[in-house]
Design a protein around this ligand. Structure first.
Ligand code: FAD
Ligand code: NAD
Length: 492
């Protein structure tokens, strides 16, 4: 388990110079969820009011951390010690932690062994945010301004933020014909999803051996993991297969030709991609490995009638926004995008806010949206935090997102980037540093002939300019040539 937690957690319950107090029944600011969104809301609240009493309640066992490195940098981090401590090497070669700790410590709520009550220590000089881990908020009562924890403890709030994110979807792959419960249990144990640090740690350990890993899904997570695991498994003699129901990877975002090309780049890196294929059923069987050792194998029956074997299946088939709490509280759920419906100020009801993956918000420029990306989680969380402190301003920021799929594909995007929209792409001529056909370029997404979204493909440092293009909301097809000159795609 991570070794450097005390640094992050700050005041220690065992410390003698602190006063131990029970969890109170009222906090002015309550953040439900302990992820990126909640962390950035906390930052905003503390900036507005450094003395603010903030209670953060997270279902995970760890303080807020960043998920993007789990499918990218963590896999490129050579030191197993660093990986075990949830540290990664960034692109500049520096060691970074997954945890957010820019000067932020927490005081952690724990059950008092004597009374079993939830208690925490008050630091005599510093008022730290109060962090309650491994606790699920199970009820929200908007009229009473109250939340209830799974253990029954009720807490009233001044303002509450719902930052509950999403839970990975899981296909019903473990419904085997097998009557053998032991083998059915093997299927269940070896068919996992991927969202948190424990999922990384488990897969990291598993891929130290020459295993056959199957990734189901052709979205961001499936494709990034396939690219990352291809390098790892190649080094130890294992194999990665990616099963994609669509014609190519990232097909919800990329135009068809670029999705095809990107799929080929993944294949060139060693991923076996099975396109237009779905998994119909999974069973387990006892087999002998090449050393003659007995080893259970998974057998996947595919939609094309073929069978493949695997040691482990990772399902990356999207997330479900965690809306149950909000729905049961009578808040509006967006039937089209999923998620808790909030206005442009990220407010669902008086004193109730939602942001990040779980929120469907009114984007004043582009209409109602729900985004599942990091920059949006951070910025909307921050914005909600400011509004909770009385700012009452619309969230007008246009978030970006990025993805890395190995050495050939790295891109940044902003605005509406939906492959159903018309796109115009401009590509730099292949050059010595980008010899590929689609080595470097710009994609423009058009709606009602306006540019509503852009991708900068292998073009770092251009996303702020792309954001300005989207925000201006007046550029059209006829402006693309001129814009391309301004972006100067031949020069990095
Ligand atoms: P979450 O991160 O889901 O956090 C929500 C938290 O709330 C969880 O800890 C959950 O346990 C907790 N919770 C839920 N319900 C309750 C409850 N009732 N009570 C208490 N706690 C609760 N985006 C990018 O833009 N670029 C990337 O490269 C990128 N890479 C990614 C890689 C991976 C492996 C993953 C999984 C995601 C990646 N993302 C990326 C997406 C990005 O991480 C998410 O958009 C972001 O994590 C959303 O933050 P959030 O706080 O809204 O939700
Ligand atoms: P996603 O929404 O990006 O992709 C879902 C994919 O699931 C689809 O593209 C499809 O290929 C597949 N799928 C759906 N139904 C299927 C079925 N029945 N059988 C087989 N495949 C099926 O979600 P994801 O890739 O699972 O990623 C999980 C979450 O993490 C998302 O919110 C995503 O945005 C986020 N994430 C983002 C990044 C990034 O922004 N760079 C990176 C990793 C993860």
């Amino acid at each position: 388990s991570p070794t450097d937690l005390p640094d992050i957690l700050g005041a220690d319950l065992n410390s003698t110079d602190t006063e131990r107090v029970p969890l109170r029944s009222y906090y002015p600011y309550v953040l439900v969820g302990g992820g990126t969104t909640a962390y950035h809301a906390l930052k905003a609240i503390r900036e507005s009011d450094p003395e603010a009493d903030v209670l953060i309640i997270g279902a995970e066992a760890m303080p807020p951390y960043s998920r993007p490195p789990l499918s990218k940098e963590m896999w490129r981090t050579k030191s197993a010690g660093s990986r075990n401590a949830l540290k990664f090497t960034d692109w500049q070669g520096h060691d970074q932690s997954l945890f957010y700790n820019e000067g932020m410590s927490y005081t952690v709520v724990k059950p008092d062994p004597a009374t079993d009550r939830l208690v925490y220590s008050v630091h005599p000089e510093r008022k730290l945010p109060i962090l309650l881990l491994r606790q699920q908020v199970t009820d929200l009562n908007v009229d009473k301004q109250q939340i209830t924890l799974a253990n029954g403890h009720a807490i009233q709030y001044g303002k509450v933020l719902l930052a509950t994110g999403g839970t990975p979807r899981a296909l019903a792959l473990d419904q085997t014909d097998d009557d053998d419960e032991a083998l059915a249990a093997v299927v269940r144990a070896r068919t996992t999803t991927f969202r948190g640090y424990q999922d990384f740690t488990r897969l990291d350990e598993l891929t130290q051996e020459p295993h056959e890993i199957v990734i189901v899904g052709g979205g961001f997570l499936g494709s990034e993991l396939a690219a990352a695991l291809a390098v790892r498994t190649k080094a130890v003699g294992g194999r990665v297969t990616q099963i994609v129901p669509e014609e190519g990877v990232l097909s919800a975002v990329l135009p068809q030709y670029l999705s095809h090309w990107t799929t080929e780049r993944l294949e060139a890196q060693g991923v076996k991609v099975l396109r237009q294929t779905e998994v119909k059923q999974v069973s387990a069987t006892q087999l002998q490995d090449h050393r003659g050792k007995d080893r259970a194998k998974l057998v996947l029956n595919l939609s094309n009638g073929s069978q493949i074997s695997a040691d482990h299946i990772v399902q990356a088939v999207g997330i479900e926004p965690n809306v149950v709490l909000a729905k049961d509280a009578g808040l509006e759920i967006d039937p089209h995008h999923g998620g808790i419906a909030v206005n442009a100020e990220l407010q669902a009801r008086t004193n109730v806010y939602a942001a990040g993956d779980v929120a469907s918000y009114h984007d004043v420029l582009l209409g109602r949206r729900r985004l599942e990306h990091y920059d949006h989680a951070a910025q909307s969380g921050y914005h909600a935090g400011k509004n909770m402190c009385g700012s009452r301003s619309p969230y007008l920021y246009q978030p970006m997102f990025w993805s890395d799929l190995g050495p050939d594909v790295s891109f940044e995007a902003v605005g509406l980037v939906d492959s159903k929209l018309a796109t115009v792409s401009v590509w730099a001529k292949p050059s010595a540093d980008a010899p590929e056909e689609y080595g470097r370029g710009l994609l423009f997404y058009l709606k009602d002939s306006r540019i509503v979204g852009m991708i900068a493909w292998n073009l770092p440092g251009k996303i702020d300019m792309a954001r300005q293009v989207v925000l201006r909301h007046e550029f059209r097809y006829k402006h693309i040539q001129g814009l391309t000159r301004v972006f100067n795609i031949h020069q990095l």
